[in-house]
Design a protein. Sequence first.
Length: 338
Amino acid sequence: MSGPFDDIRNLVRTMPGPDAETAAMVAARDAVLTKPAGSLGRLEDLVAWLAAWQAKAPPSFDRPLVCVFAGSHGVTRKGVSAFPDAVNRQMLDNFAAGGAAINQLCSAYGLGFKVFDLALDVPTGDITEGPALDERACVATMAFGMEAVAAGTDCLGIGEMGIGNTTVAAALYAALLGGDPAHWVGRGTGVDGEGLARKVAAVEAALACHAGHLDDPLEVLRRLGGREIAAMAGAILAARLQHVPVVIDGYVSTAAAAVLHALDPSALDHCVAGHVSAEGAHAEVLDRLGLKPVVSLGMRLGEGSGAAVAMGIIKGALACHTGMATFAQAGVSGQGGG
């Protein structure tokens, strides 16, 4: 008898791979541009990555989009955050008014911006006492997140907003990656020492509550995750199916990626990490998932901010690739000058 999660597993099994031919075409053009070979470093790699996953050369960056997924969490009743749940709705209002950091970054870099309100006024179940979501609700939320690419985009940045979600992310990492639960817990929005202890206790209680049910990554997601994390996992998967490269934001967004990686280690091949967060053990998570951050700026805001900065760099990388003259066009001698 099949269940809702089987639909997700079937989609994972049908994920397309990269287009090696378009990546090779990018490399061939790079070789004749007016610069020493490899002198733009990772900027060159990012253009090849775009081309391989869009399956076109040159790749495009005409409709970049940052999506922020917002959810609320029952575990906040355990005092794990320095801010009250009311901030969730207030921040959505701030996004709508254009007053958040992500609004400024998207405007500066010419990125589209969309917010997904995931039943923000209805917290998930308290993970220390029971599942966050049932299976059907988890899959429905993943499907809702898949709508992120429905309108058409050629590069997707994913971010999140939700009081308490660094606690939830830490619980997901502890379940998926193992080790001491306290290792994965950071200060989030700035909790004091007592708040940090409450976060650690909440993660330990959640793992104990769901012991024996955490072998399946999708069960980990529904029991310990949240709606925004389920939706981000859906968005990452849908982007893969639609040949859309993805830029992942920070500590919480990467938790959604970690669920997919646990299902299939190749599930994140179309993704890059926008940045390495100052939160918790994010650098170690990225290393475990094989994701190399584009920037390291000490950021820990969330809301897609690190992804947006990285997308600005990717935009510049592609501009170099498409706009630079070749040696022949510029009348420059040689192809390897120092």
